[in-house]
Design a protein around this ligand. Structure first.
Ligand code: AMP
Length: 394
């Protein structure tokens, strides 16, 4: 059975077509600059990457183009072969603790939740609409980034602010990267052969979050009301004192939107180093002796170490620490700096085993108190699995 996974942004659309239940990726690709001049798309098929330019007036045109490519490349002969379309939806609020079949009710709820995720939810729904129009016979399923974290206890997800803020306005920690942390939870439990394992999942890429997992459930996570909480990230500040915001507004004359934009787009690695938001550039600048890049890297590492230590205690110890996403999967030096700071907990890195990139590996020593792994994440396969389950059970 063929299932398509979709991640729609405001001007982009990523897809993967799976043969299920084998979980075989048949074709994947990305459409960029949708609704902008200079539309472009890339398709990956049989190990080859094809790049094409095409004006993509809207998401519907991107979906039409995608379907035509599937047919031209003989991946499908008819549209009816696609039985399900699984959408990554960012914010499901408190309503969705699991993936759902997308009906009018779900569309309305996700739209109502746009206030909490103004950059993501409306864009996700544009994607849903484009597939409803172009692949009308497929079952559309929504998989939320927030759903996995709905198992957090109230004492973890509440902020110490007036309680009415939660009751009236939904102010609480929601957590994000749920599909990724859920994948890591499943895969690590499988490797350890222990469904009750205490796992600290470190999803560190351009965005980053850490999740404390026990019995396959999220106990706590570092992102919060929005994805700009917790860790220092590529361009996001992570946790700061909220009072900085009105102070900077007063000092610079910037308005609220400007300052929020500074905290989302001009902070983190980029803001501190003044060099780049990409950890590869930071590593290069550190090697060249750039002091601010070194400061940025030290801060970045320390925030991660602090969260790991916090979750180690919250979980009453840990069976595994897992690194995933762009930095976690690829940067041996960042992993080494983090794990070497955890030595007081008896956690020990094997430098030779740590010399891996983008592949599953145990990177701790045999006598380390906690096993440390690199596990490449796979959010799409989680979406494909959930979508497949709904079709199987129909
Ligand atoms: P993601 O958001 O998971 O796609 O991660 C993207 C980020 O991963 C990039 O911005 C880089 O900072 C980082 N990254 C990717 N490849 C490498 C690498 N080989 N070494 C260090 N960092 C990397």
């Amino acid at each position: 059975m063929k299932i398509l996974t979709v991640n729609a942004g405001s001007s982009s659309l990523k897809f993967k077509l799976y043969e299920m239940p084998e979980e075989k990726v048949l074709i994947s690709g990305t459409f960029e600059r949708i609704g902008l001049p200079g539309g472009i798309y890339t398709i990956k098929l049989n190990g080859e990457k094809i790049k094409k330019e095409k004006d993509l007036k809207d998401h519907s045109i991107a979906v039409e183009t995608l379907i035509q490519e599937l047919i031209d490349n003989k991946v499908i002969t008819s549209l009816d072969e696609i039985k399900g379309v699984g959408h990554r939806l960012v914010h499901g609020g408190e309503k969705y603790a699991h993936s759902v079949i997308i009906d009018d009710d779900v569309i309305k709820t996700v739209s109502d939740l746009s206030e909490l995720a103004p950059l993501h939810n409306p864009a996700n729904l544009i994607g849903v609409d484009a597939f409803k129009k172009n692949v009308p016979n497929a079952l559309e399923v929504g998989c939320f980034d927030t759903a996995f974290h709905q198992t957090m206890a109230k004492k973890e997800f509440l902020y110490p602010v007036p309680y009415e803020w939660y009751e009236k306005y939904g102010v609480r920690k929601y957590g994000f990267h749920g599909m990724s942390h859920n994948y890591i939870a499943n895969r690590t439990a499988e490797i350890l052969n222990n469904p009750h394992a205490r796992i600290i999942s470190c999803h560190i890429g351009n965005g980053g979050s850490i999740c404390a997992i026990k019995d396959g459930k999220s106990i706590d996570t570092s992102m919060g009301f929005t994805p700009n909480a917790g860790l220092m990230m590529g361009t996001r500040s992570g946790d700061i004192d909220a009072t900085i915001i009105p102070y900077i507004m007063k000092k610079t004359g910037e308005n609220l939107d400007d300052v929020i934009n500074d905290l989302n787009k001009k902070s983190g690695y980029l803001g501190v180093s003044g060099v780049s938001s990409d950890s590869r550039d930071i590593e290069e600048a550190v090697a060249d002796g750039n002091e601010r890049a070194k400061l940025a890297q030290d801060m970045y590492v320390e925030k991660i170490v602090n969260y790991i230590a916090e979750y180690y205690l919250e979980l009453g110890g840990a069976d595994a620490i897992v690194f995933t996403a762009g930095v976690g999967e690829n940067s041996a030096s960042t992993r080494a700096a983090i794990i070497n700071s955890l030595l007081p907990l008896g956690i020990k890195l094997d430098p030779e085993k740590n010399n891996v990139r983008g592949e599953e590996a145990l990177i701790s020593t045999d006598d380390s108190s906690v096993k440390v792994y690199v596990i490449p994440t796979d959010e799409e396969v989680m979406i494909a699995r959930d979508t497949y389950k709904f079709i199987e059970n129909k």
